[in-house]
Ligand binder design. Structure first.
Ligand code: SF4
Ligand code: SF4
Length: 511
């Protein structure tokens, strides 16, 4: 066993209000530069919808992530090494700028310098930030904001469940899905990079780009099924979410977490066995969720604690793993789910799915909103269809998605009874197989947890900081890039001189 620590995140979708504060603060911190105008390391999508870039979840089109070949072996969907190499100068599986959106700016002088007494309203002309030409704004990273299904018919998640979801006005539903890089345990971006520029840090599993090694081949963009690697069109190099590692090393949460208005993000570390990653990513689709859950190691198991000590992990990290809210939500309460486990990258940002107002729905259906059976039956009639959530979070397994919703519904009903008259709804507890203490602890974490309960981040020790620096300087490969391991890439192109600013827009193609 090779025990590793991974910084991971859980987002509680019930609490996202779609304010985009996370996106804006992330942009101000990381992508407020030339060449990254169209880049949002953190974006918030409205679901159903096609997202950013358009239709990124359609892997038949984009060939992102992994699949099992005819022998049951894990293979990048974009093809083997030779196939990827043959496309190195003409990769057909890349989103164009129109799939993201053409970033615009405005001539604000028209407003500032409008002559006094003007009777008409001055109108700002948008200009392309890529070409400087006047343009019409026809799409954006957040174009579908709160539309609730207007573009939903093109949502790949709806194709499989279209017979269950009716876009009738009175049945329309929507929720927000904030997204960042998943810092996957089995990152397709790392494995696809021919230059060895993408890597996964050994210390905490954060996936980064070594800008000096990046040659701009953009294989990472194609390979990432979440489309969370971007090309800086000024430098021609790949850029991505860094999980705010300088903040984490100082014991602070990521900027998107720190500024989240809904306080819905949780950060913590989890242990995993690096030797078990390949097997967990290679099981049949119906077993993927369980395999991904069981990739995490129990931080309370003395044998795991000793293994962590033997591997040189500091006591502070061993203790932090036990307090990790991520471990609690994923493995203890089992209410957090991975986004698209079927991509087989083993994502490390998990989600508590949104629960429609279940007590209202029970009342509307003439059911008793304090009765366990009635509450659980109502799950099937919720406004956000279980089938849709299953397509997002459980590779289509409605039983698992419905089970999570039942826990959340039972928690609400149980806490309401406790608060109103002090009664204990034992029937509800029995229905979800949890104790009253567990439900109250889960409620506390989801509803009223304080800052230091939501973010449990051990600061990197001084000696780790030196090691991190040395690793960044000497980085040659992903830490998973061992014989037969998920990296599986021993091909590297020869070093080339670093390119300066390109006189072209590499997103559109070389001119
Ligand atoms: S989500 Fe992040 S770590 Fe995972 S494949 Fe995409 S860029 Fe790589
Ligand atoms: S800041 Fe929080 S509540 Fe606002 S959009 Fe982002 S994740 Fe949602």
């Amino acid at each position: 066993m090779r025990i590793r620590a991974q910084v991971a995140m859980v987002m509680n979708l019930d609490k996202c209000i779609g304010c985009h504060t996370c996106s804006v603060t992330c942009k101000q911190t990381w992508t407020n530069r030339d060449g990254t105008e169209y880049v949002w390391f953190n974006n918030v999508e409205t679901k159903p919808g096609i997202g950013y870039p358009k239709g990124y979840e359609d892997q038949e089109k984009w060939k992102g992530g992994w699949k099992l070949d005819s022998h049951g072996r894990l293979q990048l969907r974009s093809g083997g090494r030779l196939k990827r190499l043959s496309r190195i100068f003409a990769n057909p599986d890349l989103p164009t700028i129109d799939d993201y959106y053409e970033p615009a700016t405005f001539d604000k002088d028209i407003l500032v310098n409008a002559p006094a007494g003007r009777t008409d309203t001055p109108v700002k002309q948008p200009y392309s930030q890529l070409t400087g030409e006047p343009m019409s704004v026809v799409w954006g990273a957040n174009w579908e904001d709160s539309l609730g299904g207007a573009t939903g018919l093109d949502d790949p998640n709806l194709r499989a469940v279209s017979d269950k979801v009716k876009f009738e006005f009175e049945k329309t539903f929507m929720f927000y899905l904030p997204r960042i890089c998943e810092h996957c345990l089995n990152p397709a971006c790392v494995s696809a990079c021919p230059s060895g520029a993408m890597y996964k840090r050994e210390q905490d599993g954060i996936v980064l780009v070594d800008e000096d090694r990046c040659r701009g081949w953009r294989m990472c963009v194609s390979a990432c099924p979440y489309k969370k690697v971007y090309v800086n069109h000024a430098t021609g190099k790949a850029e991505k979410c860094t999980f705010c590692f300088p903040r984490l090393e100082a014991g602070q949460p990521t900027i998107c977490s720190e500024t989240c208005v809904g306080r819905l993000r949780y950060l913590g570390i989890v242990w995993y066995d690096e030797d078990a990653v390949l097997a967990a990513a290679s099981v049949p689709e119906s077993e993927l969720l369980d395999a991904q859950r069981s990739a995490f190691l129990d931080p309370f198991d003395p044998a795991i604690q000793q293994a962590a000590r033997d591997a040189g992990h500091p006591e502070e990290w061993i203790e932090a793993a036990q307090r990790s809210p991520v471990w609690k939500l994923i493995s203890e309460y089992r209410i957090a789910l991975p986004l698209h486990p079927e991509y087989r990258t083993l994502p490390m940002v998990w989600y508590v799915p949104p629960l429609s107002p279940v007590l209202d729905a029970a009342g509307a259906a003439g059911r008793d909103d304090t009765d366990a059976d009635d509450i659980f039956h109502t799950i099937d009639d919720l406004r956000i269809p279980v089938e849709y959530l299953a397509s997002l979070f459980t590779a289509g397994d409605t039983a698992v998605a419905g089970g999570v919703l039942m826990k959340l519904a039972a928690m609400r009903s149980y806490m309401r009874a406790r608060t109103l008259d002090g009664s204990v709804a034992q029937e509800l507890l029995d229905g979800i197989g949890m104790t009253g203490e567990q439900v109250e602890a889960m409620y506390r974490l989801l509803a009223i947890a304080k800052y230091d309960e939501r973010y449990v981040i051990p600061a990197a020790h001084a000696r780790d900081a030196a090691a991190l620096e040395a690793q960044a300087a000497a980085q040659t490969d992903c830490s998973l890039d061992c014989e037969g391991g998920p990296g599986m890439s021993d091909f590297h192109l020869p070093q080339q001189p670093t390119r300066r600013r390109l006189p072209i827009n590499p997103i559109r193609g070389r001119s």
